[in-house]
Design a protein around this ligand. Structure first.
Ligand code: ZN
Length: 192
């Protein structure tokens, strides 16, 4: 994990500048001046990770009763994930909804909007890395807790059923687990 940190802090982030050149391809001047003024420009993944880490820090600071990072457990991470659902934009049908299991519902319904499983999964991956990059011990990493893994699996399965979408198929095609830089709050799921 220290290696990661060194890569991030290195003054020659090769992959970062490659990412930026593809996202800012139409504004060469600004990206050129960017690279001069800030040699440590972060990749989308790195900046998203930093944002997520700040969001979690904010959550801890606002927590009642007060909660320090060192006392944070997997149960608190689950609490955080459930709290995030209110900002979700993914319609998850309940079992009584006529559109339960319909990937493409013909009409609106009153089912709740939640965070999509893919967003939560990617978020946990970023926070898990950030925790260790910020000095947390891997064996105490609350984002790697078994309860969190089980919760994510449960969310994946229930959303897969409710939305009539198979996440399994997509996953099997990939050789490595996906690490989408999906923004946390502004990740609208395309209405399929
Ligand atoms: Zn519904």
């Amino acid at each position: 994990m220290n290696l990661n940190q060194e890569l991030v802090n290195s003054s020659n982030p090769v992959t970062t500048s490659m990412l930026i050149s593809t996202t800012n391809s139409n504004s060469i001047a600004s990206s050129a001046s960017n690279s001069v003024t800030s040699p440590t420009t972060l990749s989308r993944y790195e900046s998203q990770k930093r944002r997520d880490w700040n969001t979690f820090g904010q959550y801890l600071r606002n927590h009642r009763p007060p909660l320090s990072l060192s006392r944070c457990s997997g149960a608190h991470v689950l609490e955080f994930l459930r709290y995030l659902d209110q900002f979700g934009k993914t319609k998850v049908h309940n079992q009584l909804c006529p559109f339960f299991g319909h990937p493409n519902p013909p009409a609106p319904c009153s089912c709740p909007l939640k965070q999509a499983w893919g967003s939560l999964d990617a978020l946990i991956g970023r926070l898990r890395a950030a925790y260790e990059e910020n000095g947390g011990r891997p064996e105490a990493n609350p984002f790697g807790a078994r309860a969190v893994r089980l919760y994510l699996r449960e969310v994946r399965d229930s959303q897969s059923k409710a939305r009539g979408i198979s996440y399994e198929k997509k996953k099997r095609k990939r050789l490595s687990p996906p690490q989408h830089p999906t923004p946390l709050m502004q990740a609208p799921h395309p209405p399929i």
